[in-house]
Design a protein around this ligand. Sequence first.
Ligand SMILES: Cc1cc2nc3c(=O)[nH]c(=O)nc-3n(C[C@H](O)[C@H](O)[C@H](O)COP(=O)(O)O)c2cc1C
Length: 215
Amino acid sequence: MNRRPWLVGITGASGTPYAASVLRGLIDAGEPVDVMVSQAARLTLLDETGHSVRDRHWREDLSGWLERDVADVRYWPVGDLAAGPSSGSYRTRGMIIVPATTATVAAVATGVTHNLVQRAADVTLKEGRKLVVVLRETPLRVSTLDNLRTLAAEGAVIMPASPAFYAGARDVAALVDFMAGRVLDQCDVDHDLYLRWTGTLGAARSGVEWGVRVE
Ligand SMILES: Cc1cc2nc3c(=O)[nH]c(=O)nc-3n(C[C@H](O)[C@H](O)[C@H](O)COP(=O)(O)O)c2cc1C
């Protein structure tokens, strides 16, 4: 069976751990994934995690960063505008941009695209497929708000990287996983990245370890 992949575009906003958590969640759920990494994202990735993603060594680089088997991952160099995701005839389930920069948001909103992440997102929208945009920036210019509004009006799901604190997170990794879990919820991908709200105030803090209910 030829399963359609999720496209994941990583751009040069702070927050590359969100990308790692989303990718691990997709891989752990058995979802095929196509990965694209912008040039600026290579800088943020190196700065925030110490990891590199090189076009020629992407397999070992991604598996080292994600600590996962990347057999079901396909990688496209961001400068390869002839890559599969640059065409609407390349079938995908949709695309997640995580983290998303204001620059990439502007490019996709205006349709003036300069790299494969931007083009693939443009294609995702024109084909009416799911586009999830995990923006990381603060504060926001009016132009960015306008661009986000444009994307939302075209059906994109705008998810500012703003994790919630109600799920009892005890460390930053848990907050990152919460955000990634909310992204995967939008994609209808099963995961156990965070503890869901049960309707009981304080439940996550009393007698519940992160992701594991303590009897
Ligand atoms: C260390 C570092 C952190 C950055 N953080 C952000 C950020 O949080 N949000 C953002 O929109 N841009 C951020 N930028 C700026 C973008 O990387 C820059 O606008 C770049 O041109 C975006 O290109 P891309 O969208 O193709 O990745 C950051 C840049 C660096 C070097």
